[in-house]
Design a binder for this molecule. Structure first.
Ligand SMILES: [Ca+2]
Ligand SMILES: [Ca+2]
Ligand SMILES: [Ca+2]
Length: 440
């Protein structure tokens, strides 16, 4: 993983670009003021006889005369004496403020292995849709300013939560570092800021601040904290799924509106238990799509839960070459795949998103690369947000079938099963918009 401190980012660049406009106006340059004057008079006289002659508009301060003329009649200027040159009075538009790390977000725009974000953005950037990320919580980051809705902290064990109490309304990520001997592991590990990385992939702001942009930058994100020290309990995760999808959880105020999609970039070995099964089925019945990572165990996905739960959209990871990433789970229960990176061989082949420098507690907000099926899943969740923004009435099963029907054939190899192929945001949103138009 590589860190890119915020301070190293180049300043905001706003430049202008020349673009060709409908050439209805021209700037004509004359050899001398007398010729210019004569041309102005000539055009007035000529127009009394013929409406398609140039009309003088004004003189420019630095030289040149502006004329209006029907497009394609430029030859009319030849009748003027002393003309040196004629140029279109072209329209200039501000260049979009580009996120300075956009080029490094290959997973969004690479023609072969990217998800085709820009085609989807012709229709929508996610306005009106809401995504819940159930994860380690959230850290403050300039890319999240104005992007978050109130979340909740479902970790009921204060020791795992590290915030001094059980469930509460503050989903701030307190860090999930472990000391040697913790979590049945001899080695200690630094905090992962996993939820922060997931959130950026969905809703990092377009343009300002000029870092990255999420796939659904006009959607809103509900940060829900369920993973703490050594992970998260099924019981807390099941309650959080019910809550985010608009259901009642005793002792927790109901969410203002059910989210369109829940992202679960998490897993454990084993069958799908009844608690998660019921929570997911309830969420689906209320109209919330559940997207999960397939897991990074190089195994059949049917060994990993919740990716093996009925009704979920389960997402395998592709490497930089567009084939199945070597760490990814696979198999018949994969719905589709998304870019997940190569896991660290070369940092920039992984997935860039929002991050924090703290080894234990939070420190500075930065950007960092991570790989895994974890980072593949929220890209699909963000696409679901775009779909719901394009068509708020699209149902849970229709979302899944559109994702599948519009996935691209894999650019690389996946003999063991990567579902329908590579998620294609452009083709999928295009299809949703078309179908919406057909609905009576
Ligand atoms: Ca707490
Ligand atoms: Ca808390
Ligand atoms: Ca940004």
């Amino acid at each position: 993983m590589r860190l890119m401190p915020l301070v190293a980012l180049a300043s905001l660049v706003v430049s202008t670009t020349l673009v060709a406009a409908t050439p209805a106006r021209y700037i004509v340059h004359f050899a001398d003021a007398a010729s210019a004057h004569a041309a102005g008079g000539q055009s007035r006289h000529a127009r009394m006889a013929r409406a398609d002659m140039p009309r003088h508009v004004r003189s420019l301060a630095a030289g040149g005369e502006v004329f209006q003329l029907a497009s394609g009649n430029e030859a009319r200027f030849a009748a003027f004496p002393g003309v040196i040159s004629v140029e279109e009075d072209r329209l200039l538009v501000p260049t979009a403020i580009v996120d300075s790390l956009w080029k490094r977000q290959w997973y969004m725009h690479d023609p072969k292995v990217g998800v085709d974000a820009e085609v989807a953005w012709k229709y929508t950037r996610g306005a009106g849709a809401v995504v819940a990320v159930l994860d380690t919580g959230i850290t403050p980051h300039p890319e999240f300013d104005g992007q978050l809705l109130p979340g909740y902290d479902f970790i009921s064990d204060a020791a795992a939560a590290r915030d001094g109490d059980g469930r509460d309304a503050d989903p701030t990520d307190m860090g999930n570092w472990s000391d040697p001997g913790d979590c049945l592991s001899p080695q200690g590990k630094p905090s992962t800021w996993h939820g922060t990385h997931m959130a950026g992939l969905v809703v990092a702001r377009a343009g300002n601040p000029p870092g990255i942009v999420g796939l659904a930058p006009e959607a809103k994100l509900v940060p829900v904290r369920v993973l703490g020290r050594c992970g998260g309990r099924t019981s807390d995760i099941a309650d959080a799924i019910v809550w985010a999808s608009g259901g009642d959880v005793p002792g927790v105020p109901r969410i203002e509106r059910r989210v369109d999609v829940i992202n679960l970039s998490m897993g454990a070995t084993g069958a799908c238990g009844q608690a998660l099964r019921q929570a997911i089925e309830q969420a689906r019945s209320r109209g919330t799509v559940v997207v999960t990572s397939a897991g990074n165990d190089r195994k059949n996905v049917n060994t990993n839960t919740p990716a093996n739960c009925p009704g979920v959209v389960s997402v395998a990871a592709l490497g930089r070459d567009g084939g199945m990433a070597p760490y990814s789970n696979f198999g018949q229960q994969i719905t589709l795949s998304a870019p997940g990176g190569n896991l660290g061989e070369r940092g920039f082949d992984d997935i860039l998103s929002t991050w924090n420098t703290g080894k234990r507690g939070q420190e500075r907000s930065v950007f960092g690369y991570r790989g895994g099926t974890s980072v593949a899943s929220p890209q699909v969740a963000a696409l679901v947000a775009l779909m719901r923004s394009a068509d708020p009435d699209i149902g849970v099963d229709e979302v899944a079938s559109q994702l599948v029907d519009n996935a691209r054939p894999l650019p690389g190899r996946c003999p063991k099963g990567c579902g329908a192929g590579l998620m294609d945001a452009g083709a999928t949103v295009d299809a949703v918009v078309e179908d919406r138009g057909r609905r009576p």
